[in-house]
Design a protein around this ligand. Sequence first.
Ligand code: ADP
Length: 483
Amino acid sequence: MRVLFVASELYPLVKTGGLADVCGALPLALAQQRFDVRALIPAYPGVLDGLRAQVTRLRMDPLFGGAVRVVAGLSETGTQVFALDAPHLFARKGNPYVGPDGRDWPDNHLRFGALSWMAREIGLGRLGDWRPDIVHAHDWQAGLAPAYLALSRDRRPATVITIHNIAFQGLFPADTLTPLRLPQSAFTPEGVEYHGKVGFLKAGLHYADQITTVSPTYAREIQTPEFGEGLDGLLRHRARQLTGIVNGIDAGKCNPAADASIAARYTATKPEGKGANKAALQSRLGLQVNAAAPLFCVISRMSAQKGLDLLLANLPTLLAGGGQLAVLGNGDANLETGFRNAMTANPGRIGGVIGYDEPLAHLMQAGADVIVVPSRFEPCGLTQLYGLRYGTLPLVARLGGLADTVIDANEAAMHDGVATGFQFAPVTTEALGNAFTRVFELYARKDAWRQVVHRAMTRKVGWQEPAEKYAALYRSLVPPEAV
Ligand code: ADP
């Protein structure tokens, strides 16, 4: 079966967030299930440089203001890519979404409208020998693809849209309708309109045959006003077509048995090397080198979403219990200042780096005992999955993908030997404080702790299981005998 991914990012060609990881890795995992997946992405600067075995497959002149072509090739990691080479839309330095003035590019509707239009063309068979059975759009940037296909009169492929973060919706003024080649008749609440604007994500959610998001709990949450960002009504209406599939991580790249960025390699059955990583992390960050102190870490964007203010408020509890904290992150200025001040006020107990540092993130995952993820919302979350893989027990808010990937070390889970971390709810300072107390209690029971670490490290967090779920969804839309 042939599937066309449509997305604005794909690792390793272009990445600003987790969407790129999914679009880079999931096609490869689906290839193991004998799906032929290719990903259509914009040819931002550098994308064509990173593509091997390039072949120009299609030219169109003009598309939304200029000549374009589709270049087929292979990414460094082996993903099959169609790059939309449209210099008038994408040949700009900097961020895929934001110009040098810090504002969204003023023609983002045309840039991502063109991406979706090209998905329509490929979906309708314009490449000739490669016609997809399914077009799978990711996030708002690809939201018009299911709309364009549903609005065309030709025989069309089935369509899926995945919500990676519902907070970003791609809303544009009503007068973009005609430049986007959308008919006036589609400008209704039963079409692309969202409160008087053209809504890209809204359009995708309305027109796609199936909707997915990146965890079952988030799939339920976004049907409520608290998490739905205004789209909860539409999602309740489409609840039968909405499913949640948790993301995987690259189990090859993130492997404590082979990670070159950490101080000592270790495995679930031979976890001793974790101690050497703890000592290395403590000395790297100027913390007291002390094997007995429970070492917490946080690796995160610093934004209101991530709930790090709750962690700041709980530092007295963490320190009173004999804990240490390693911090890695940047973002919101107030949070950065809060953590900087905490480091200065507690030398040897709280240390870290305000910035982005991937090798240090690996050492922290390997060296810490606990990774704290107190998010206010979290579609899937990746850091808790890395925590499981490296035997660093996740302490997470019980919501979104965090609720679906971590089993709380409560009495029943300990008895049954299935616990992998700690959950707390509601997302309040007090509840997080209580969770710290539970961590200290378990940490004091060395054998019980080791058991939970072993269970965490052996939990499957790769892409195989998610890929099987996407495969089943595709087969439900296009039975293999129909292909
Ligand atoms: P989000 O995409 O909302 O930021 P995720 O948990 O899904 O959160 O993914 C965040 C990714 O970015 C993880 O791989 C995490 O390790 C990484 N990361 C976040 N902040 C930093 C940082 N300061 N340095 C290195 N890696 C970071």
